[in-house]
Design a protein around this ligand. Structure first.
Ligand SMILES: [Zn+2]
Length: 86
């Protein structure tokens, strides 16, 4: 699933990425794909995230898409939510 580009743009205006904590560079690559962080080993809990990666060293921020209001549980459970239903 991908995050709506308008929602992602609005979110990115509200946050400050600043410098990478590992290498001090300030160039970040934001992914609009939602990934799942899954509990090990039972896989009973799942945190949906997008990644923001330092273009220089690869350090990754994870943002919980539910807390950031980039998606709802309903959207995650039905990845076709934004497609026309006819
Ligand atoms: Zn870095």
């Amino acid at each position: 699933m991908r995050i709506d580009s308008n929602k992602l743009s609005e979110y990115l205006k509200k946050i400050t990425l600043g410098k990478c904590p590992l290498c001090d560079h300030e160039q970040w690559e934001v992914s609009d794909y939602v990934f799942a962080l899954i509990e090990y080993p039972e896989e009973t809990k799942c945190t949906p995230v997008i990644s923001i990666t330092c273009e220089n060293c690869g350090y990754i921020h994870f943002v919980n898409v539910l807390n950031a209001k980039l998606a709802t549980v309903e959207m995650l459970e039905n990845p076709d939510w934004n497609k026309a239903d006819d």
